[in-house]
Design a protein around this ligand. Sequence first.
Ligand code: PLP
Length: 389
Amino acid sequence: MAEIDLGALRRNVDVLRSHVDGGDPSSDAFFAAAGDPPSRTGIMAVLKADAYGHGAVPCAQAVARQVWGFAVSLVEEGVELRRAGLIDQPIVVLGCFYGLSHRDVVAYRLTPVVADARDLSRFARAAADLGAPRVPVHLKIDTGMSRLGVRPESLDAFVDVLRAEPGVALGGLCTHLADADGPGDETTHEQLERFFACRQRLSAMGLQPGVLHAANTAGAVRFGSARLDLVRPGIGLYGVAPPNTALSGLWPVLSLKTRIVALREVPAHTGVSYGSRTRTQAAARIATLPIGYADGYSRRMSGQAQVLCGGRRCSVLGPITMDMTMIDVSAVPDVQIGDEVVLIGGQARRDCVADAPITLDEMAGWAGTIAYEICCAISKRVPRIYTGL
Ligand SMILES: Cc1ncc(COP(=O)(O)O)c(C=O)c1O
């Protein structure tokens, strides 16, 4: 099971808030209720990909009073939050691809980020059909990520279409930083310069850009000039400090735990798991865990990963299989079927100080990836249990 500590999530919002404006972790939701721009930098909690695997609805409910609003990638993700009763605050759809979902965006009062001028008339038509007011869109500028957004040189053409479409209004201007957690500042400064030039250009054309937002977690912590009206932290909420940020004081939110389902004593040179290429060096006690790569426990960690059992680090033995993983518990006294094993997080030890907790970053190192992918990959069949409600 994955244990999600919502108290830790809330404390992380406060930690990020203190970085963004030097303290005062009071409510942002107040400002969003009226649909107003925040009177200071607001927090748009990034809850896409089911809140990076943590569960979007409980996470949104937990932090709603602390943040201006939420960001998701897909329309469906926004609809899920609205249907769960999160009806008061803005939900910004970052993904920019709307397929046949323009009516849902309007019906559920989602705020679409747009980069394709053809979407403007589609939103306007959906609003007219539903008798809804003008749709506030956030215009995305590609300032250097080359992923989504209007290129600065195409801004004028986009604005011509926008002006000709009375059914939509410009509610915001945004971009995404490609290298805010990189070792240098240059790329971010260049991106922000391009972004500010676009804001100027809009003003010169007589358009108010609405709320401005650019910063992910690393951008919000490292670059004061990127904070603007809103910041869009994701990974920091979930307790992981991006590289090169010196962001301290975050609380781990997610623990991944299981229980031993089988135990065996084997002699030296016994094959373990598929291929039998992994053999015990000496007589060993092997425990089987009911978790494997179908649960998001990546096979790429085979031969490297460790877990905590009885408060001690134990090695994963042999290839991780689809549903099960074997570990070496030879050093754990009195180990029994049913004992708890921690794959992410910490575990107490009875006799003395426990071994170090396993972090998302450490696991990412074993899997040759980043912490984001580890938590997003924990699959649906792993039950999520919420604490700190
Ligand atoms: C557009 C956008 N904004 C904000 C974020 C949040 O970034 P982070 O999780 O690094 O804070 C993401 C995440 O990938 C994103 O795609």
